[in-house]
Design a protein around this ligand. Structure first.
Ligand code: PLP
Length: 456
């Protein structure tokens, strides 16, 4: 019956599209926000309303919208060689060039890089590499992976298990076997009364040490962690945390996988979060800003020693039986390569460092507001946490309702942010102008006042 078909884009979305990270029934009621255009650091919806993208999409469009060089890089590559793969010794030139460039800027001592299409796939792949590596070394028991409560590593079977957020496990039958979650380094939320940051870091490192000993170090292969936790609520590691954690991992011969999916490429004020926090990783995963999100691509980098052991094993077996159809897609590689060139020319990390006080000080001006429990951040990533009672650190009940209200008010004022529970996240494109940061901060302030009126 033709006339019964939904005929507006919103009605068609509700009728046909199952949304990720969305309450499906609520969506049926309220419909979508249809974003039609992007230019610079702004996007426009189908009613013509413009917003500053205060979250760079999902922490990813570092160069904003309409970067002509990225568009041309994609077009050139599409015309030249729209698709090829890297299975069985073949490779397109853009992948060779990207690999060399990426290893040239990588943190630590990365010797080889492999590709996938998303952060989740990169982390799943990292887990497989670690298992394969330990099998190659004859350490068949050493397979468990440790991640952290509130850490976010994606949503596939393995990466979703590594993610330490209960909703990512609930009714998905996750986590899988062999994944353990250790404590979250959120000082303001987790520290004991009177405990210094260093003492708190030491307590977390001791807990990790105990966990590894309880499990048996011969069964623990790796720890995966974001230098700064993003989706878990923008958690900045407390003083001494990374030094103490790495000492524990070294003691037990446990590899460290740095998940640089958000932090990578300037976000924290250095090219990688590892460099900001003195992390010497064994493997690094990255995605998002690698291509400024213009096309999907992710990378898994590893120290040469890991590669050597894996390589020997591939020779024994006769192949490395892992790879996606789109591992090292030439168009994605060409766009990523051009993205990295732009980062270098702009000195993108220095830009993040220079703009950082503008964002962080701007938000800290709200620290004394009765709703604001904590303002935290580094570089161009920040979180403002709302609490029902800041003196006793009591959260709102239910968590997320007030944050959701504030998020919606920010949108009314032309700024897209994202509430993770009652923490509002800020992660604007790295090409944002100071004036636009001021607009984000001002809109947030207005929305905060409206939220305060609403909760009274
Ligand atoms: N790791 C981190 C730190 C992330 O923030 C994300 C996504 O937000 C992922 C992994 C998963 O990436 P994707 O959504 O591309 O699978």
């Amino acid at each position: 019956m033709q006339h019964d078909r939904p005929n507006s884009p919103a009605a068609r979305d509700v009728a046909y599209h199952f949304h990720p990270y969305t309450d499906a029934r609520a969506h049926e009621e309220q419909g979508p926000l249809i974003i039609t255009k992007g230019a610079g650091c702004t996007v426009t919806d189908d009613s013509g309303k413009q917003y500053i993208e205060g979250m760079a999409g999902l922490w990813c469009t570092a160069l904003g919208y309409g970067q002509e060089r990225l568009i041309q890089a994609a077009e050139r590559q599409l015309r030249e060689l729209a698709y090829y793969h890297s299975f069985a010794h073949k490779v397109p030139p853009s992948v060779i060039e990207l690999s060399e460039t990426l290893l040239g800027i990588a943190p630590g001592k990365m010797g080889k890089v492999a590709y996938a299409n998303s952060g989740s796939e990169a982390n799943d792949t990292a887990v497989k590499f670690v298992w394969y590596y330990n099998n190659a070394l004859g350490r068949r028991e050493k397979k468990k992976i440790i991640s952290r409560k509130r850490g976010y590593h994606g949503i596939t079977i393995a990466s979703g298990s590594l993610t330490g957020i209960p909703k990512n496990h609930l009714d998905f039958d996750l986590p899988i076997e062999g994944v353990r979650h250790t404590g979250c380094p959120h000082y303001h939320a987790e520290a004991h009364a009177g405990e210094s940051e260093e003492a708190f870091s030491q307590r977390l490192a001791d807990e990790l040490d105990q966990l590894i000993q309880d499990e048996g170090p011969e069964t623990v292969a790796a720890m995966i962690a974001e230098p700064v936790m993003g989706a878990g609520g923008v958690v900045i590691p407390p003083a001494g945390y990374w030094k103490k954690v790495q000492a524990v991992l070294k003691k037990h011969d446990v590899l460290l996988i740095a998940d640089e999916v958000i932090c990578g490429f300037g976000r924290t004020g250095q090219m990688f979060g590892c460099q900001t926090f003195g992390i010497e990783p064994d493997m690094v995963t990255c995605a998002k800003a690698l291509s400024s999100a213009y096309v999907p691509i992710s990378a898994i980098m590893m120290r040469d020693e890991i590669y050597q052991a894996i390589a020997d094993n591939t020779h024994k077996i006769g192949t490395f039986a892992h790879g996606f159809t789109y591992s090292g897609h030439p168009v994605a590689a060409a766009v990523a390569l051009e993205t990295l060139k732009i980062y270098e020319e702009m000195d993108i990390a220095a830009r993040a460092r220079d703009l950082s006080p503008h964002l962080q000080d701007g938000l800290r001006a709200y620290a004394d507001h009765p709703l604001v429990g904590e303002v935290r951040g580094v570089g161009l990533i920040a979180g403002v946490e709302l609490l029902a009672d800041k003196a006793t650190r009591t959260p709102f009940d239910p968590v997320g309702k007030v944050g959701g209200y504030l998020d919606a008010r920010c949108r009314d004022h032309g700024v897209i942010l994202r509430n993770m529970g009652d923490t509002l996240a800020f992660c604007p494109p790295l090409v944002i102008e100071p004036k636009q940061i001021d607009e984000i901060v001002a809109a947030f302030g207005r929305a905060l006042e409206e939220t305060w009126d609403w909760v009274q």
